[in-house]
Ligand binder design. Structure first.
Ligand SMILES: NC(=O)c1ccc[n+]([C@@H]2O[C@H](COP(=O)([O-])OP(=O)(O)OC[C@H]3O[C@@H](n4cnc5c(N)ncnc54)[C@H](O)[C@@H]3O)[C@@H](O)[C@H]2O)c1
Length: 358
């Protein structure tokens, strides 16, 4: 007998929900889209029609309380309070990155999740990218790293909107639209403290873009022990040197705003006798796993092997894993504790920058 699909409620039906999550949920037999929530009535109406979802809410608590909802996808702007409400409800949850905006917000969430029987994942879809998984295996096989570099200059985003049919919330009142970002900014400023408050936008950039890179690094090597160095050439560009056990270091460089037509995000690891490089693909492209290049000696020469996995989709694999966690008690690959670890590292990187008055 086929199992009943898991009813998912989606909070925040913006770009990433429409580009990736909703189509994936619609096509996977493990799930049904039970309800949707957005502060935009226009988005609620258009997305609701497109996916045939009758249960529509403008407040996230109403969605969480909806009896048709067994699991919640959190895709709005300010995640922390939705995660908190979800944990209280005991429903399963998949929260997009970042877990919250500050470690102070994230800590009680992770403590509550540790006491919960529900599945609580963070949406670091790269962990489900077959190219990344293969790359990590190659990195382990290469032995102790002599050098680790993680680089994310991203690329253009807007042209990718045209690849999908998107509904946008042009009806939301400007006061409502600006309220959550203003609240979040105040909480971040308090956490950064007076000497680093001027780096607020840089910290947010590190969370919104760079958290994938912090997570990818953690997935391959564990969380760094220290931040040895950090500098910011400008307020959308950060360079840091991170220290691991046994004198292993990693250079992290994240910058937003490059107008590349290609996606520029990679991790390169130099071992004693080989080099492994993982090139990530644009997050807005479906079925585009990372490619892996391994350079090794062969017959006294250097030889490159390029691995291009089957074009499986990382978001789809993430959802399939989520279903197995719920139904088969599979061990979560991306528990929300990882999201807290990345928030702590992002804050430590910013705090390692020279003090700067706002
Ligand atoms: N995994 C990835 O690669 C990836 C890529 C893009 C975005 N994201 C994450 O997904 C989240 C959403 O990003 P996006 O690009 O879709 O943003 P978006 O602005 O396009 O969508 C957010 C949606 O949430 C709605 N919303 C805002 N506040 C709300 C609230 N309180 N309750 C209900 N709905 C609310 C907005 O109206 C909007 O429709 C962000 O946290 C972002 O970090 C992840």
């Amino acid at each position: 007998m086929t199992a009943k699909p898991i009813g998912v409620g989606v909070v925040g039906c913006g770009k990433i929900a429409q580009m990736m999550h909703l189509p994936t949920l619609q096509e996977l037999p493990e799930f049904t889209i039970a309800a949707i929530c957005d502060i935009s009535e226009k988005v609620l109406g258009e997305v609701g029609e497109m996916y045939g979802v009758e249960r529509r809410h403008t407040g996230f608590q109403a969605l969480i309380d909806d009896p048709a909802v067994e699991a919640v996808l959190i895709c709005n702007f300010d995640h922390g309070k939705v995660v908190e409400a979800c944990l209280k409800s005991g429903k399963h949850m998949l929260v997009e990155k970042p877990l919250a905006f500050t470690p102070s917000e994230g800590r009680p969430l992770v403590e509550a999740a540790a006491k919960s029987d529900a599945v609580n994942l963070i949406g670091y879809m790269k962990f489900y990218d077959e190219g990344y998984v293969e790359g990590c295996e190659q990195i382990r096989a290469a032995g102790k790293p002599k050098s680790i570099q993680v680089h994310d200059f991203a690329g253009v985003f807007d042209p990718y909107d045209g690849l999908y049919t998107l509904s946008r919330g042009s009806d939301v009142a400007p006061e409502l639209l600006s309220k959550e970002p203003a609240d979040a900014a105040a909480r971040i400023e308090a956490e950064l403290g007076p000497d680093h408050v001027a780096y607020r936008d840089l910290y947010q950039m590190l969370l919104m873009l760079g958290s994938h890179d912090l997570a990818a690094l953690r997935g391959a090597f564990g969380a760094p022990e220290t931040v040895l160095y950090a500098r910011a050439p400008n307020m959308s560009h950060i360079i840091a040197v991170l220290g691991f056990a046994n004198d292993v270091t990693a250079v992290l460089e994240v910058s937003f705003g490059a107008q590349y037509e290609w996606w520029d995000e990679w991790m390169e690891v130099h071992g004693d006798t080989s080099i492994v490089r993982i090139d990530f693909q644009h997050p807005y492209v479906r079925n585009a796993p990372a490619t892996v290049r391994v350079r090794k000696p062969a017959n006294g020469k250097g030889a490159d092997t390029v691995m291009t996995p089957l074009p499986e989709d990382a978001f789809r694999r993430e959802w399939q894993h989520f279903a197995r966690c719920i139904r088969d008690k599979e061990t979560p690959v991306t528990p929300i504790a990882g999201g807290l670890s990345d928030l702590e590292l992002a804050l430590a990187i910013i705090k390692a920058l020279p003090p700067l008055k706002g």
